[in-house]
Design a protein around this ligand. Structure first.
Ligand SMILES: C[S@@+](CC[C@H](N)C(=O)[O-])C[C@H]1O[C@@H](n2cnc3c(N)ncnc32)[C@H](O)[C@@H]1O
Length: 220
């Protein structure tokens, strides 16, 4: 799997296919979070969330773990284009599934259109790893696709997702063939859904998850 081939084109592809909807989904709950000390952005890609985040929280340390060198280069350019500072940002070019993060370090994890890249077993392992890297009272922002209940919105969403997975499997060799909702994996690590916003006929979902201290104490 590699997003390198499509990295230089990702921004305009997104603009043509989704207009501003995807970006609204990424940033829908960003203004509602407490200022974090150290944020982890796994699979951040072309950096569109990163620049919004840095503009609001310039003093927060940020770690990006991203498997595509091309995407990291796009994200760096995006930060420069917006005239923001990169001093507090560390880019780690690594597969997040194999990366060994420091324990209990990040008080914010923001995963945007990232969990949709993984089949269930990989997603469970990834979320376990991220949960162990989160502080006891961490917040998680998760923006992604969803499948609405059956009916016209559900058929629409399933058709769009079918096309997207075909496209990404062909261009990036993505291992996932369909969407796996991450909710049960996130909940199993003591997080509770605090806010959820859906948009675009239920195709997009922006979530804020928070962990209670008691639940975090149970996590090894
Ligand atoms: C669908 S794109 C989403 C990019 C961006 N977060 C957004 O909001 O559009 C998925 C991103 O996750 C990265 N990615 C996929 N699998 C990964 C992995 N195992 N480890 C780290 N990054 C990964 C890809 O390189 C790509 O940049």
């Amino acid at each position: 799997m590699s997003f390198d081939r499509i990295a230089p084109h990702y921004r305009w592809i997104e603009r043509i296919l989704a207009g501003r909807s995807l970006h609204r989904c990424r940033t829908a709950l960003l203004d509602g979070i407490a200022t974090p000390r150290h944020a982890l952005l796994p699979g951040e890609g072309h950096g569109r969330f990163l620049v919004e985040f840095l503009a609001r929280h310039p003093a927060t340390r940020v770690t990006v773990v991203e498997a595509s060198a091309g995407m990291i280069s796009e994200a760096r350019s995006e930060v420069a284009r917006r005239d923001l500072r990169l001093d507090g940002v560390e880019f780690i070019h690594h597969d997040a599934l194999a990366w060994e993060p420091p324990a209990r370090t990040f008080d914010l994890i923001a995963a945007n259109f990232f969990f949709d890249c993984f089949p269930p077993t990989e997603l469970a392992a990834l979320i376990e790893r991220l949960a162990a890297a989160s502080t006891p009272a961490a917040q998680w922002l998760v923006a992604d696709f969803r499948e609405p209940a059956p009916g016209p919105a559900g058929w629409r969403a399933r058709s769009i997702l079918w096309l997207l997975y075909r496209f990404f499997r062909r261009t990036t060799h993505l291992s996932a063939a369909r969407l796996t909702p991450p909710d049960r994996f996130i909940e199993s690590h003591g997080f509770a859904l605090t806010k959820r916003r859906t948009s675009d006929w239920g195709l997009f979902q922006s979530d804020l998850w928070t962990r209670t201290t008691e639940a975090a104490n149970l996590t090894p």
